[in-house]
Design a protein around this ligand. Structure first.
Ligand SMILES: Cc1ncc(COP(=O)(O)O)c(C=O)c1O
Length: 248
């Protein structure tokens, strides 16, 4: 199979779903898309040619930090013949309570994702103007290398952005990143994302901490990079919180 996250975690790289679907089709293999960051409110990979879509429903499908869950979507044939037998006999089924919570979460999905995107763009633009920041990665910024592609296949940018801090070397960049994290009072320090509350993560020491440093560097995940999943607060409050650490 071809498997991709788009936008990717934490770099927000955008994969061309239509082009990858054509490559996969030509080779007779399925294209699987992790649609966590966008959710179906902002991006519909099956309509773009993907065969299977996966979600950590723990993230924006719930969107309120309440339950763990997941979703796998595809054609009726795939669901009936491939997915359902595994789900039925191997047991990865939702509890009734989690299913109910997720169903309630879906009722507000499109409204939440629109506001997450609006807030994230405001925070991304504010970060881009800060002298301590080397680079901001967010698909809805004109400076994003795949901005045009993102606009062609997404309805908005989503909640997640990443930014790199300036510093003379890895140690200085890491110290700067940790200072920002330590300065936060409003943002939750957690490797999770997909909550009403904004969350901040240092990928190099958490989500991607087990990658060898060379592989991490090659992927572009630097010691001075921070990922923010922008929540539904007033974005001015999020910026004020980040400013505390940046100023330090
Ligand atoms: C894009 C993406 N996919 C999948 C996951 C994994 O989620 P889970 O642990 O709920 O399977 C994450 C977690 O951060 C993620 O960001």
């Amino acid at each position: 199979m071809l498997f991709l996250e788009t936008p990717s975690n934490p770099l927000t790289e955008v994969g061309d779903v239509r082009a990858l679907a054509a490559i996969a089709r030509a080779r007779g293999i399925p294209l699987v898309v992790d649609n966590c960051f966008c959710t179906p409110a902002l991006q519909r990979p099956l309509e773009l040619g993907a065969d299977i879509v996966v979600h950590s429903a723990t993230k924006y499908l719930d969107g309120q930090g309440r339950v763990l869950g997941g979703a796998v979507l595809g054609s009726h044939k795939y669901v009936a013949e491939t997915l359902q037998p595994v789900v039925r006999y191997c047991g990865p089924t939702l509890s009734a309570f989690n299913a109910r919570v997720l169903a309630k979460g879906l009722e507000t999905l499109s409204v939440r994702m629109a506001r997450h995107s609006e807030n994230a763009l405001a925070v991304a633009r504010w970060l881009e103007a800060r002298p301590e920041v080397e680079r901001v990665r967010y698909p809805w910024l004109e400076s994003h290398p795949q901005h045009a592609l993102a606009r062609a296949q997404q309805r908005a940018g989503g909640a997640v952005l990443a930014f790199d801090l300036k510093g003379a070397d890895d140690a200085a960049r890491k110290a700067a990143a940790w200072r920002v994290v330590d300065g936060c009072r409003l943002l939750s320090i957690t490797a999770n994302l997909g909550d009403v509350k904004s969350t901040i993560t240092h990928p190099a020491s958490t989500t991607h901490g087990r990658m060898p440093i060379d592989a991490r560097r090659e992927a572009g995940i630097g010691e001075g990079m921070l990922r923010v999943a922008v929540g539904l607060e007033d974005p001015a409050d999020v910026c004020a919180d980040l400013a505390r650490g940046l100023a330090g």
